[in-house]
Structures are given as structure tokens and as C-alpha cells.
Design a protein around this ligand. Sequence first.
Ligand code: ADP
Length: 339
Amino acid sequence: MKTPPIPLSMISLDNYAEHNLDFNPEKFEEYRGQDELKKKLALYTHAAQLRNEPLDHLLFFGPPGLGKTTLCTLMARVMNVDIKICSGPMLERTGDLVALLSSLKKKDIIFIDEIHRIPTAVEEVLYTAMENFRIDIIIGQGAGAQSVNLPLQPFTLIGATTKTGLISAPLRSRFGILERLDYYSHQELQMIIEDNAHYLATPISSQSALLIAQAARGTPRIAKKLLRRVRDFAQVENNNIIDETITVRALQFLGIDQTGLSQLDNALLKIMIEKFDGGPVGLETLASLLSEDSTTLEEVHEPYLIRMGYLEKSSRGRIIPYKILPRLKKKFFGQETLF
Ligand code: ADP
């Protein structure tokens, strides 16, 4: 029987592969796309290894699911060091961070996802840790308070954030390398889907892989999730073979159209046309009309709609660009002009 997955926070490189039930790139060649970034990271890791030093602290920007955690584990593997993975909200107290940092060996990597969500008091401990590999903390209160200095092994901190603007200037300035991850092209996602289908021993036609890629919103995590759902269909209805017919039916069943728009994305656009003739309309109004939380709309749905040119933000609210309006009216109502 396979061992159940363990929470990410507890995964170190040793047990990462053992508990991973799906395909994760372990070499730069297996990590598809992000070519410029890969070239730079391969060079930095190689140089650090030649010097027998830890890699410089590194900050990744980019939406979730684009492969930041995967890149970090891959770099740790290439450098033959351990990696500890955690996220900003998990580091509630200074003690949590101190425990984590003091467990690192020379050149180990600590990856903090959503680093913008670390509480300020914890963030301040990071400053000296990153700069001087030392922790300076005050223990106790009042007259009995004592300052404690704890030396650390030279380590690498890799931070990741979706919100560039929320990283404080002092923290940002302590990262030597700042890099952004881009959304993936359909061809790159198609390769990721084919790699994963191969790993899952599920035959897939290249056209089916492309259809899934087109629906995956530029994001490997979504591509993998869609592949697994399409595979469920294939398993039950098509002898575990993913062909075009099965793929189209599965995507329809999931309520995802071929451009990657979900039911909620479509409902949002439809309501904007029906009630506001394309806008402008405020986020809160949209959220209440759709009975959806405004943060989810803003962080999950809008970025893709904006990237695909379906939506624009203006000082007066959200607007469907004038040029695309007739096409959407046709899509939703069968005619280019309404009213
Ligand atoms: P993030 O940390 O940015 O949220 P992850 O590293 O967890 O994203 O990646 C999400 C999933 O997508 C993982 O299962 C990973 O294996 C896969 N993945 C991400 N990027 C790539 C890539 N470039 N090539 C192949 N698989 C990828």
C-alpha cells in the first residue's frame, strides 16, 4: 500500500520523492518552459557549488501553481542539500522561525511561500539571519529581559510571493536575486501534460494534450488537475485512453470552455453584459451579484480574464473592452447587439 501524502511543511528532500504520488521534475531538463529563468538558476547554482557556498537569497514573484516550489526542490537536489518548505502564515511566532533556521545545515535551503504574510516581528528576525547568519532575539520582559545571539549555518532563503507590493523594502533589499515566473504557453503546457500522462501510464493523443493545455489558464498545476479529471473519464469510459472525444466531453462536464474560462468567469462576463452593458461596474457589486467573495474574484478570476483581454480595470470599475463586447454578446446571447 502507498504511504499517504504528508503535509508540505514536513517534507524535506529525503522524503519528498517517496511521498509524491505524481510526476515532479527533478532535473532542469524535466522542468518545462521558463527557459531564461532556468538558464540563470542553473548558472547561479553551479557557481555556488564551485565556491562551496550557499546560493544567494532568492525571491520569486508569480501567481500560484507556476512551479516555484518545484524549482526550489529541484535546485536543492542539484546542489545536493536539504530543503525545508513552509509558508508565511505558518510562522506565527518568532520561535517557529528560530526553530526552523537553527535546524539548517550549511548550504541548506529554506523555502517560505507567501512570504508577504509573515508577521512583522518574525520578519525582523529574518533580517540578521539573512545578512549575518545570526539570530538576535530578546527573551523575557522588563528587567529580566535578555538578549540572545544564536549563530546559524550559512543557508539560502528562497521566498515566494504573489503580491510584489506587499513585500517590505527592508526584506526585499536582503534578497540578492529577484525573479519573476511567467504564465506558460500552450505548447509548454502540452509537454507538461504529456510528461504527466506518460508517468501515469495513460496514453494521450497530442491533440487532447493541447486541448487540456488551452483550458489550463497558463498554469501547470491546473493542467495537471485537468489531466487527472480527464483521465477519470477515460478510465471509466475509454479503456484509460485519452482521445479528443473524451477530452472535449470531460471539459464540458467540468464546465470549462476551450479558452480556460470557468463557469464563474463566464457568469461574471455575462452579468456584466446583461446588467451593465459591459461596465464599468464595481468589484463589490459584481461579487454580490455572483454571491462570491470579492477577494476570490480579484485574486483567482480577474487575473486570467484581464490577461486574456476580456476585462480591464479602470478607476470607475471593471469594464469589458469595447472591441471584444460584440463577440461575447454573440457567445452568450447569440447576437452581437442586445437591447
Ligand atoms: P507553486 O509553488 O508556484 O505554487 P508548484 O511548484 O507547486 O507551484 O507547481 C505546481 C505543480 O505543477 C507541481 O505538481 C509541479 O510538478 C508542476 N509544475 C510546475 N511547473 C512545472 C514545469 N515547469 N514543468 C513541469 N511541471 C511543473
